[in-house]
Design a protein around this ligand. Structure first.
Ligand SMILES: Cc1cc2nc3c(=O)[nH]c(=O)nc-3n(C[C@H](O)[C@H](O)[C@H](O)COP(=O)(O)OP(=O)(O)OC[C@H]3O[C@@H](n4cnc5c(N)ncnc54)[C@H](O)[C@@H]3O)c2cc1C
Length: 507
């Protein structure tokens, strides 16, 4: 591409939607640039409950279109990235006085049959007095339903979409904020600011996609001059992480007395993830964090079910995200639609702007296809849709082949501990070997920063996945932050600062 040629598409935001759109578009022959003001997935896309799910609860709100599309996506995404996505069974205990058993059974019947389920096993009824799932629960629970959904490493799904988009020719810039956008005749001028060097730059694009998630309105207000943009309902959701509360590999789906639900999910081997909350959010988007009330709410909701209560002292980590839901006027935060809405602005001879509201991690690929349809209407069709049968970096193996690949990795790198080999395979799939190279012993992987995080992995993440800070590595590309001390984190930060300086010196 000539330097003065405008890009076909400019995408604002490196969350799942922005990266998914960039990947799909570049694979169809459009030239693409994406700017993310912070790190990839630093917004909502690393703070989800991490489920690729139809959304059983949305059936109660009659969101059949969304649920069906999301259910169909479960196996499509699992096939695309079987290292970071895998099936999970959920136990939904029947609780007297809440939703009746026939209602749960009906909902799960629909869930099993609305579409797309080929490999995932169907729902079954459990006797909690006899099944191991009942062990950590209070003795009063006797009946439960067990159903299927999938688990996803959300932050890695974003990074892998960005990696694949870049491999196919997209320009991906992180730490690059869009500060202003201007329509010039039939294209856009987009002013960027590099968050690391402060350097300003202007690029041009024929189409602009606003995938700024919870910042979508603020981008419209600050960068596009639409002073009264108020399209999203910002709804905060927080999670707590506690030491492992139960041995079972299955997750729990608990109904609360306020008609909401929470999940308790096996997490990172040694932990249990509990969430989420739903509350309207009007504070600083760059500083969303869990409130004391939310911690109490999650502890007491989980303690309704677990025989051993969950207390504040059990909490080892928390995180909080803000859902950018389309404001459909629903009265309660938990009732606002989770479906996505695409809004176009611009006449036939003007640069088109597409704003994205709402959406789920689960439906990001379909959302990207819907955006590309609009792009094609403006720029013409170049290549057919392709992502449904593609694989993400490291995910080029059959969905049920994970164990075989893991055994192969252990065979080739005999010095790896079982947990380390498993972790590398889960994060990097077939690309784990690119990190391990020709190593024949731990010393060959460079400095160990703590836990099983070695320089070889850190360097790989800096070179291939836009990691810059210790936080990028410890809380988004990996979750090693759960296992490392402040001192170890400082050592990693110092290492990253030095490698950055060396890189700058090398030009
Ligand atoms: C608590 C919670 C639980 C959830 N659980 C699930 C779940 O289990 N399953 C599921 O499918 N979905 C779930 N979701 C929904 C899902 O996480 C979101 O819909 C999705 O992550 C939104 O992605 P996004 O790309 O639109 O936004 P984001 O991930 O927020 O990305 C937007 C990006 O734009 C960047 N940006 C903003 N302004 C600028 C600018 N001026 N210049 C450059 N970049 C900019 C931001 O830094 C940000 O990284 C959950 C959401 C929450 C909050």
């Amino acid at each position: 591409m000539n330097n003065s040629d405008p890009y076909d598409l400019f995408v604002i935001g490196g969350g799942i939607n922005g990266c998914g759109i960039a990947r799909d578009a570049v694979g169809r022959g459009f030239s693409v640039m994406l700017a993310e003001k912070d790190d990839l997935a630093s917004g909502t896309s690393s703070s989800s409950t991490k489920l690729i799910h139809g959304g059983l609860r949305y059936l109660e709100h009659y969101e059949f279109r969304l649920v069906r599309e999301a259910l169909m996506e479960r196996e499509v995404l699992w096939r695309m990235a079987p290292h970071i996505i895998w099936p999970m069974r959920f136990i939904l205990p029947h609780q007297k006085g809440l939703r009746p058993a026939w209602f749960l059974r009906l909902g799960l019947f629909l869930y099993d049959h609305l579409g797309g389920r080929k490999l995932l096993p169907p729902t079954r009824v459990l006797d909690l007095k006899a099944d191991a799932a009942g062990t950590p629960l209070k003795p009063g629970f006797s009946k439960a339903f067990e159903y299927s959904d999938c688990w996803v490493n959300d932050a890695r799904l974003v990074a892998l979409n960005a990696r694949d988009a870049a491999d196919r020719g997209a320009e991906i810039r992180t730490r690059t904020k869009v500060v202003e956008t201007r329509r010039d005749a039939d294209a856009w001028s987009i002013s960027l600011e590099d968050g690391l060097t402060g350097q300003a730059e202007t690029v041009r694009a024929r189409l602009l996609i606003n995938a700024a998630g919870p910042w979508v309105d603020s981008v419209l207000r600050s960068a596009a001059g639409e002073n009264d943009a108020r399209n999203v309902r910002l709804v905060q959701g927080s999670h707590i992480v506690i030491k492992r509360k139960f041995e079972d590999a299955r997750a729990f789906f608990f109904q609360n007395r306020d008609e909401r639900i929470i999940f308790a999910i096996p997490y990172e081997g040694d932990f249990t993830l509990i969430g989420t909350t739903d509350r309207d959010f009007n504070e600083d988007l760059d500083a969303a964090e869990i409130s004391d009330d939310e911690i109490s709410y999650l502890c007491s909701a989980a303690s309704e079910y677990f025989a051993e209560p969950v207390t504040r002292d059990d909490v080892v980590w928390t995180y909080s995200g803000v859902r950018p839901l389309y404001d459909d006027g629903a009265s309660a935060a938990q009732e606002a639609t989770r479906d996505y809405v695409l809004v176009e602005e611009g006449g036939a001879d003007e640069g088109l702007l597409i704003n994205i509201f709402g959406g789920k991690i689960t439906t990001y690929r379909r959302l990207a296809e819907a955006v590309i349809e609009k792009v094609e209407r403006r720029l013409g069709k170049r290549k057919a849709g392709w992502t449904a049968n593609s694989s993400l970096p490291g995910g080029d193996f059959a969905a049920n082949d994970f164990q075989r690949l893991l055994s192969g990795l252990k065979e080739r790198f005999r010095f790896l501990t079982d947990t380390h080999a498993h972790r590398l395979m889960r994060l990097y799939g077939t690309r784990a070997e690119a990190i391990l190279g020709s190593a024949g012993r731990y010393e060959d992987l460079g400095t160990c920063f703590g836990s099983d995080l070695y320089a070889a992995e850190v360097d790989y993440l800096v070179e291939n996945e836009w990691a810059v800070t210790a936080e990028d590595i410890l809380w988004r590309r990996t979750k090693r932050g759960l296992h490392m001390s402040e001192e170890q984190i400082s050592e990693l930060s110092a290492y990253l600062r030095t490698s950055k300086t060396e890189k700058l010196k090398a030009g």
